[in-house]
Design a protein around this ligand. Structure first.
Ligand SMILES: *[C@@H]1O[C@H](CO)[C@@H](O)[C@H](O)[C@H]1NC(C)=O
Ligand SMILES: *[C@@H]1O[C@H](CO)[C@@H](O)[C@H](O)[C@H]1NC(C)=O
Ligand SMILES: *[C@@H]1O[C@H](CO)[C@@H](O)[C@H](O)[C@H]1NC(C)=O
Ligand SMILES: *[C@@H]1O[C@H](CO)[C@@H](O)[C@H](O)[C@H]1NC(C)=O
Ligand SMILES: *[C@@H]1O[C@H](CO)[C@@H](O)[C@H](O)[C@H]1NC(C)=O
Length: 387
């Protein structure tokens, strides 16, 4: 990516009354390493304090994944080469490194599979997919797939010069890993071989030219165990496409488009907007996505000690119908600039948003019945270099 990343990833732990967040940030230009920080929310004061800082995830900690019931966190470093790091969240709140392994360059997302005994990585640049086993808190290499190209892979010359694999995502059966590739307008699909655990190339899902698939989320409507939908967010066009997924007898998946919506809901996407994250809420009733580089809101400063109005990017919420169509619910300020990632608490009553360009994390209350994001609950600043 051209832009420096700050607050690349957030994971929320624990229930609404007493909770912690883990946030990652790239290194500042003056610092050799990035940071992984543990934030603790004090309900009585509303403070969100840094209680631990780790520099054990290389230069560019870009994606965090809680494992072992929340007692360890896996962190990928987007450096070239990259690294895959396992940190322990100690009982006293500190973070310590358990293990680390070198990976192909540019990993930006991880996904555990096979009962968390293996993990798949998406590598943005240089483009690749890799996998590792995890045993006794140690990663060992399983497979590497690289994507070579001798020219542009899509119509956007700046962003589609080659494949750029952006996310690793498991399907609801646990039998497939999907990898949206922003550069090549495709989602790569691998079947997890039930006997060997190997990733086996399966038929891909082609995106529309120039759309730039970035991230995706699966959804199964409540009480309809036969239906599976896949929602893909496209960074280059700020569009979400909903697909009905069919598991074919030959082992491939097939996808039928059922809806397409813009990430600004009832408005057009401003020029230059870059949609980022997409997640189904824990209540399973709503789809939430983030918009960057298009601050359409001016808001009261979320920092209570600062009265200057600030510009804000946005979060959009949709309600999927049982047929997989996406009904617009609301478009609201995210509370700062460049919301790369957001996370929910267990029941979806809180949403935490990391702002790469503001260096802040905001936590908002969320109504799980209406899907609406309401008042600010907590705020933390100075969490990364501002670039
Ligand atoms: C916290 O726990 C870790 C792991 O047990 C230990 O290494 C560290 O010294 C402890 N830190 C404090 C401040 O007690
Ligand atoms: C994949 O590449 C990494 C980094 O070069 C290397 O350490 C690892 O052994 C490779 N994995 C396999 C299965 O060859
Ligand atoms: C891509 O290039 C690498 C290094 O030259 C090679 O090992 C790999 O097999 C190539 N992959 C494909 C899919 O052609
Ligand atoms: C927000 O403030 C900026 C700078 O003051 C201004 O240019 C912009 O028009 C305002 N946007 C809205 C939606 O009010
Ligand atoms: C207050 O907020 C503005 C806008 O984000 C910022 O430029 C300014 O540095 C802040 N002031 C303080 C004292 O933090």
């Amino acid at each position: 990516m051209k832009n420096r990343k700050v607050l690349a990833a957030i994971v929320a732990i624990a229930p609404a009354s007493a909770w912690k967040l883990i946030v990652a940030s790239y290194n500042a230009p003056s610092e050799p390493l990035g940071t992984v920080r543990l934030l603790d929310y004090q309900k009585n004061t509303g403070a969100l304090n840094v209680v631990a800082t780790s520099r054990d995830c290389g230069i560019m900690p870009t994606w965090l994944d809680l494992s072992s019931g929340g007692s360890t966190v896996t962190c990928v470093d987007e450096g070239v080469p990259g690294s895959l790091n396992l940190l322990n969240i100690n009982a006293n709140g500190s973070l310590s490194k358990l293990s680390s392994v070198t990976t192909l360059g540019g990993p930006v997302s991880s996904q555990f599979y096979d009962d968390s005994s293996a993990v798949g990585l998406a590598h943005y640049t240089p483009p690749a997919i890799s996998s590792f086993s995890l045993q006794d808190n140690k990663f060992s290499p399983l497979q590497n797939f690289t994507f070579n190209s001798s020219g542009p892979t899509g119509p956007d010359p700046a962003r589609q010069d080659s494949s750029h694999v952006h996310q690793a995502l498991i399907d609801p059966t646990g039998e497939y890993l999907l990898f949206p590739d922003l550069g090549a307008d495709v989602t790569h699909i691998y079947r997890i071989d039930a006997n060997t655990g190997d990733l086996v190339v399966s038929a891909p899902l082609k995106a529309k030219p120039g759309y730039g698939p970035r991230h995706a989320a699966f959804w199964k409507p409540e009480g309809c165990s036969d239906e599976t939908y896949l929602f893909i967010i496209h960074e280059l066009t700020n569009r979400i496409i909903s697909y009905s997924v069919t598991y074919l007898d030959n082992g491939d998946l097939s996808f039928a488009e059922v809806d397409e919506v813009g990430t600004f809901g009832d408005r057009d996407a401003p020029k230059g907007a870059n949609a980022a994250e997409i997640t189904v809420s824990p209540d399973n009733s709503f789809l939430v996505a983030s918009n960057r580089l298009a601050p359409i809101f001016n808001i009261t400063n979320p920092d209570p000690s600062n009265s200057t109005t600030i510009q804000s990017d946005s979060l959009v919420t949709f309600k999927p119908t049982a047929e997989g169509k996406l009904e617009f619910v609301e478009l609201v300020p995210s509370g700062g600039l460049h919301p790369r990632h957001f996370s929910f608490n267990d029941d979806g009553s809180l949403i935490a948003v990391g702002h790469q360009f503001s260096g802040t994390v905001l936590v908002y209350a969320r109504d799980v019945e209406t899907g609406k994001i309401a008042g600010q609950i907590a705020f933390a600043k100075d969490l990364g270099p501002l670039t």
